[in-house]
Design a binder for this molecule. Structure first.
Ligand SMILES: NC(=O)c1ccc[n+]([C@@H]2O[C@H](COP(=O)([O-])OP(=O)(O)OC[C@H]3O[C@@H](n4cnc5c(N)ncnc54)[C@H](O)[C@@H]3O)[C@@H](O)[C@H]2O)c1
Length: 417
């Protein structure tokens, strides 16, 4: 037997249910850029729970390369498409995994669910409030499995922090910080018609190097790797947002028409305040295994904090414990309770859990923890932070996406923006 993507049957990992490990998901990977090739293509080939039958990208050269590599390296005959509609019509699929431009994922995801398929999409779940609603109501109407491929919530220290917070050790959480001020160079910011990427410097004076889809989105729209783990720890949701920004052009790379830093303040349903920062144009201090992600939670009786630098340690401090200074705790992104398959799966071992959750949900009928409501709750506050920046920093109220007296499941609300 090969490698399985499951959390069932592993008493440490989640549950003692005995899994039926038979079967596989006939899946297509859509969008063959950096993320899909480095993650979904590899995993749907590696894990027996998946049967990669088709791939799709608007760029024929990427389709050719990926299908050619799969044939050469894995002796797999995976069919390639440049037209998503045609692929849905011609292939007998159980699911699609969508990895296209972040602001274009939702229509394709909804089309697939309407056609009876289960869906995984990359992060963020949506880039507009209207798309959040479309996603929610389509999942409600179709009943298909929808999974947001957000992985940082599966990190070891995030799991530990949730237990600590929920057990009350640091009291009531009142102040939460998160930041993703990262820098990987500017190579994904400009692209020509043939698909070649250019850095900001290479784009200078080159009319073929056009801004990629990343320019369409304000940096603060991408807070998913902060909101997903933090709201999981707090068991909370954001109700109100206000945000500020540096000017909408980088100081370090003036070719990039995106702010260097944007900052959101958020208020949650359980009365915590959050300060979340996002930027991607300037070099930064490396924060250990999380690279550029950083977190702090202050409660009424103590605090938790991630490393400030590679040489630093994660910290726990509790007021009543007679501590002269915080305890340095050897937490990591890796999990002590994780299955062996998770090791080396990517992003501090977390990428495995996304595929295990999807396989367990589709093949073994086990509800996964990041349902569509929690998924859009990781997107909507960030979308509204970007709106606040454009709206003279005015506060924005986050809609409640769950059905209730005001909205029946499957029904769009009267107000969608
Ligand atoms: N979870 C993570 O850690 C993580 C990391 C990186 C990127 N991402 C997300 O992954 C997604 C893809 O990112 P990327 O860096 O690979 O982007 P990319 O621009 O390199 O690739 C996107 C690909 O989608 C294709 N595409 C666009 N519209 C299409 C359509 N209608 N049909 C078929 N193909 C289409 C494009 O031609 C392109 O090849 C984004 O949503 C991004 O936010 C997530």
């Amino acid at each position: 037997m090969g490698t399985r993507a499951t959390l069932l049957g592993d008493p440490n990992a989640r549950s003692v249910l005995k899994p039926t490990l038979e079967g596989s998901i006939r899946i297509a990977v859509v969008g063959l850029g950096h993320r899909a090739v480095g993650n979904a293509i590899r995993k749907t080939v590696e894990y027996d729970d998946y049967d990669l039958v088709a791939v799709c990208d608007l760029r024929p050269e990427l389709v050719e390369k990926v299908t050619g590599d799969l044939a050469r390296e894995h002796h797999l005959n995976v069919r390639g498409y440049t037209d998503y509609d045609q692929m849905l019509q011609e292939e007998r699929l159980d699911a699609v995994a969508i990895h296209i431009d972040a602001d274009k994922q939702v229509p394709l995801a909804c089309q697939a669910m309407e056609a009876g398929l289960h869906v995984m999409t990359e992060v963020p779940a949506a880039c507009s409030i209207a798309d959040c609603w479309r996603l929610v109501t389509t999942v409600e109407r179709t009943g298909k499995v929808y999974l947001l491929m957000e992985q940082t919530r599966f990190w070891g220290f995030i799991r530990a922090w949730r237990e600590i917070v929920q057990s009350g050790v640091i009291g009531r959480p009142i102040y939460v910080e998160g930041e993703y001020v990262g820098y990987y160079g500017t190579w994904q910011m400009f692209q020509d018609r043939e698909g070649r990427f250019y850095t900001a410097e290479q784009s200078r004076g080159n009319p073929d190097a056009r801004p990629t889809w990343r320019h369409q989105l304000q940096p603060i729209t991408y807070l998913v790797h902060e909101l997903s783990p933090l709201l999981y720890i707090l068991e909370d949701r954001v109700e109100r947002v206000v945000a500020m920004s540096t000017r909408p052009r980088s100081y370090r790379h003036p070719e990039i028409e995106r702010a260097d830093i944007q900052l959101a303040l958020m208020h949650t349903e359980k009365d915590a305040v959050m300060k979340l920062a996002r930027g991607s144009n300037t070099p930064v201090i490396h924060r250990g295994e999380t690279s550029h992600h950083w977190f702090h939670i202050k409660g009424t009786e103590g605090a938790l904090e991630w490393k400030r630098a590679d040489w630093d340690k994660p910290k726990l401090w509790v007021a009543g414990w007679q501590l002269q200074e915080p305890i340095a705790v050897p937490w990591s992104t890796s999990r002590m309770d994780g299955p062996k398959t998770a090791a080396g799966s990517g992003h501090g071992d977390a990428d495995f859990y996304v595929f295990a959750q999807f396989a367990d949900a589709v093949l073994r009928n086990t509800p996964h923890e990041l349902d569509v409501y929690r998924s859009v709750e990781t997107a909507a506050p960030a979308i509204l932070a970007a709106k606040s920046v454009l709206d003279d920093n005015r506060p924005q109220d986050v809609p409640d996406f769950r059905p209730g007296p005001h909205r029946r499941p499957g029904e769009l609300p009267k107000e969608m923006s």
